[in-house]
Write a protein that binds this ligand. Structure first.
Ligand code: FMN
Length: 306
């Protein structure tokens, strides 16, 4: 069974092993190129993935398209050399990436958190839009998925990937019912044995609920969802955090900043144990099938009443 899932790229969390395992189980694995801290190690990661993922299986890299990315040109060069089937662009205008990736026949998906950015990315010629809705881990948006989806549908008829607190099999079926082509899941995969998250981070996810998530722009000037217990662990009182409107892109991709203050989406309640990537996917498939059964029993009832 192949569920339409993209395992979302996560800074300091995603690993080549996660990508390989995801692909082996039939979903799309991805990782941020900047997770490999040097160009050389990035080449090694890309080679390892290419060697271990079959050529008909889709995988993806995440490219930070902002000029402040110190590896802006070099990473684009690696994309050209290793030709990942999908490149996910975040934090910048995707124009140059689209040119590079389309030359070798790959696809570009842009990560967007509002309609204005969705329009800009559409105009830049991307192949898919990732709608980062309210409650998403990392730099989550504020829009409700129904509202965001329908607003984008007004001008976009290509691939849509829905993101934000998608945690269980039934959420995937709901997204498909809405009309999404794929779902994008991050938080559900942080506490996997293959992930690079610290053991304390994984443990924190198991005990955290939606009430432990804080949406704040204090750290980088851009709103993101953080785990309150990770702030407390660093002697930061969430009540004393200051509103910060000055966008600091360096901070957004600064490993030191993300190493201690941990992020998760509102779907964290559904993370209950550390599992392998394969086990998470198996569980999602089971939940998805159960949701299909529930639909089967309620839809005929609706139809018979028409
Ligand atoms: C710890 C963490 C790190 C993230 N790092 C990145 C990143 O480097 N690049 C990116 O485009 N998105 C990043 N994201 C966002 C995810 O790709 C995705 O949009 C989000 O996890 C989806 O919401 P969910 O966590 O509720 O499933 C990150 C999310 C988390 C939780």
């Amino acid at each position: 069974m192949k569920l339409p899932i993209i395992m979302a790229p996560m800074f300091l969390v995603s690993t080549p092993q996660m990508v390989i395992e995801a692909c082996k189980r039939g979903i799309i694995g991805s990782f941020p190129l900047l997770n490999a801290r040097t160009l050389e190690s990035c080449e090694e990661w890309l080679s390892e993935i290419k060697e271990n993922v079959s050529s008909d299986q889709t995988w993806a890299v995440n490219y930070i398209a902002h000029k402040t990315n110190k590896r802006f040109e070099e990473d684009l060069g690696l994309i050209e050399k290793y030709q990942p089937p999908v490149v996910i662009v975040s934090l910048g205008y995707p124009g140059k990436v689209v040119e590079t990736v389309h030359r070798y026949g790959g696809l570009v998906y842009a990560d967007v958190a509002n309609v204005k950015h969705a329009r800009k990315s559409a105009e830049a010629g991307v192949d898919g839009l990732i709608l980062v809705c309210a409650g998403a881990g990392g730099h989550g948006g504020t829009l409700h998925p129904f509202a965001f989806f329908h607003a984008v549908k007004e001008f976009w008829n290509k691939t849509i990937i829905l993101s934000g607190a998608i945690s269980e099999g039934e959420d995937i079926l709901s997204a498909q019912t809405l009309g999404a082509d794929y779902v994008y899941m991050g938080t559900r995969f942080i506490a996997t044995t293959e992930s690079a998250a610290f053991p304390e981070y994984k443990d924190m996810l198991l005990t955290s609920t939606t009430e432990d998530i804080l949406y704040s722009n204090s750290f980088s000037g851009v709103y993101a969802n953080y785990l309150i217990p990770s702030l407390q662990r660093n002697n930061i009182d969430p009540a004393l955090l200051k509103h910060n409107e000055k966008m600091d892109l360096d901070h957004m991709i600064d490993a030191k900043a993300w190493r201690d203050i941990w992020s998760a989406g509102q779907g964290v309640t559904m993370v209950e144990k550390v599992q392998t990537v394969a086990e998470v996917i198996e569980e999602l498939e089971l939940e998805y099938l159960q949701a299909v059964e529930r639909m089967r029993s309620c839809v005929p009832d609706f139809i018979s009443k028409q």
